[in-house]
Each structure stands twice: as structure tokens, then as C-alpha cells.
Design a protein around this ligand. Structure first.
Ligand code: ADP
Length: 281
């Protein structure tokens, strides 16, 4: 389905393990900021659902990838979007040469075989989509597959993780209390500057002084949130800019392309963002 992502380094599928494709081959690099690893491990031990809160591009997805690898769990990731239906998550009947065949959706697959299911940007999905999560996220741990007339009991290893950007609340995108109260939550912000520079250097291959200049630029753009910028530059944007610089682009050109221009279309904010780039490089 659209939005369904496999780990970049999938281990390759063995027929005996239906989730083989969802196991990371190597350790995904993740630099912790606080006690988030211990918090996740405790939630995982109890199979409690986890909500990762934080702005876009601050490391939530990388964290889940790292934790799945650390815990030896397969990870099924779904990037939520406004057309994502409950059927996309749960599964559907498909017509092929032999007739109709049931095809498990990613949520069902994770619940049936025991994986971490990660729904990225949950509020992007339609409300009917979040409702299917409810019986899975309380003590019932069940997924009713109405179209198939099956009541699936989640595998003991199944765990649900979702991410959510509280910054979008103003745009009418927030989680309903009936949904949010089912989760334990871990708060993510942008990493502290020295951590963020280490991440950018490692991910882009830049020397640390250039990575530090990129982080200083990010801090300047984040201050513009007070002037109406929806969200400042994310760690992801810094990694993009860093990779362009590492490839040989001039730093100012790379920062315009990867940070200033994508961040805003507003003429005043664009002027301010260009000035921030010029102040940083
Ligand atoms: P989110 O899921 O919060 O939108 P991602 O996890 O996709 O963000 O992070 C974007 C990129 O930023 C990652 O691909 C990675 O390069 C980098 N990144 C951010 N935080 C970290 C971190 N703590 N450790 C390692 N990489 C990180």
C-alpha cells in the first residue's frame, strides 16, 4: 500500500518467517538525548502502546528503528496520510487468478506475527482509522477483522507505537482523548546543540565545525517560530544540507536549497531565513 515502508537494509525474506523483510540487518545509528531508551524498554516489557511526541524530523522514526533492532523485534512502519483507511491498515480481499484471497494489512500482519507496528504521523490518518486501534491498545489486545469474520488476538510480542507532532494542533490536527489516553508517551524535542551537531556530522560526513554552523543556523530558524514560521529547521533538514555540502556545494547555496527555501513561501520569512543563512556561513 502507499506509505508502507520497509527498513532500508531489509534482511531478505525467508518463507518461514513472514516478518523477515521487516528485520533490520544492522544497527540503525541513534544518539540518545536522555532516558528515552530505558523508557521505551520498560514500555516494551509491558507491551504498552507508546506515543512519540515531537516536531517533524527530530529523530522519532530513527529511534523506533533503533529500538526495534535493540529489542530484536521486526518493525512494520506505516507513514499515515489523509487517504489511509482502516482497510489499508487491517487488510482486504483481493481478486487474483485463483479467486478472492485475503491479504493482511500491515497492522494485522504485525499483530498476527508479533512485530512492533509504527504508525508515523498518526493524526494524518482519518478518524475511522484510529478507531481500529482501540481494542488493540487496551487489555483486550484484539483486532476485529470484520470483513474476514475473524477476531484476531494480538501475538504476545505485538506492540503499537505511533508518532505525533503537537505543533500541528493549531491546524486542527490533534489526537482525541479517547485515543491519546491509551498510550504512554515519550517527549522528543530537537537534540541539544552539541548532540545535534554530532548527529549531523555522523549522518552527512561533514567535519564537526561545519555541522556546528548548521546547528547554529537551525537554532536561528527555530527562533522565527515566534514570527510566524510554522516550524524551524529539523535535524533532517540539517542532514540534507550537510550532505549537499559534503558533496561539494557551497554552504550558503546548500542551506538555501535544503533549509531556507523549503521552510517557507512567505516573502518576509524568506528574507529572514536568507539572512539567517548569511549570518551562519
Ligand atoms: P521524525 O521521525 O521525528 O520525523 P526522523 O527519525 O526521520 O524524524 O529523523 C530525521 C533524520 O534525522 C534521521 O534520518 C537521522 O538522519 C537524523 N536524526 C535525528 N535525530 C537523530 C538521533 N538522535 N540519532 C541519529 N540520527 C538522528
Amino acid at each position: 500500500i502507499a506509505g508502507l515502508r520497509r527498513p532500508a537494509e531489509a534482511a531478505g525474506g525467508a518463507a518461514s518467517d513472514p516478518l523477515a523483510d521487516w528485520r533490520a540487518a544492522g544497527e540503525p545509528f541513534y544518539l540518545p538525548s536522555g532516558d528515552e531508551i530505558a523508557a521505551f524498554e520498560a514500555a516494551h516489557a509491558l507491551r504498552l502502546p507508546v506515543l512519540l511526541k515531537g516536531p517533524t524530523g527530530c529523530g522519532k522514526t530513527r529511534f523506533v528503528e533503533h529500538m526495534a533492532w535493540r529489542l530484536g523485534m521486526p518493525l512494520v512502519t506505516v507513514a499515515c496520510h489523509e487517504d489511509l483507511t482502516a482497510g489499508d491498515l487491517v487488510g482486504r480481499w483481493l481478486l487474483d487468478a485463483e479467486g478472492t484471497r485475503w491479504h493482511d494489512g500491515p497492522l494485522t500482519m504485525a499483530a498476527r506475527h508479533g512485530a512492533i507496528c509504527y504508525l508515523d504521523e498518526i493524526v494524518e490518518a482519518r478518524p475511522d482509522t484510529t478507531v481500529v486501534l482501540h481494542p488493540l491498545t487496551d487489555t483486550r489486545r484484539m483486532l476485529p477483522l470484520e470483513r474476514r469474520n475473524e477476531l484476531l488476538r494480538a501475538h504476545p510480542d505485538f506492540q503499537l507505537v505511533v508518532s505525533y507532532n503537537p505543533g500541528y494542533q493549531g491546524m486542527g490536527k490533534s489526537l482525541k482523548p479517547s485515543t491519546r489516553q491509551r498510550f504512554t508517551a515519550i517527549d522528543f524535542g530537537y537534540p541539544a546543540p552539541e548532540h545535534e551537531a554530532a548527529i549531523v556530522a555522523r549522518e552527512s560526513g561533514l567535519p564537526s565545525e561545519t555541522a556546528q554552523a548548521l546547528v547554529a543556523l537551525a537554532v536561528r530558524t527555530r527562533r522565527l517560530e515566534a514570527d510566524g514560521l510554522e516550524q524551524g529547521a529539523s535535524t533532517r533538514m540539517l542532514v540534507h544540507a550537510g550532505a549537499l555540502i559534503a558533496l561539494g556545494l557551497a554552504p550558503r547555496a546548500a542551506c538555501l536549497q535544503a533549509i531556507a527555501l523549503p521552510l517557507s513561501d512567505d516573502p518576509d520569512l524568506t528574507v529572514a531565513l536568507r539572512a539567517a543563512v548569511e549570518a551562519s556561513f
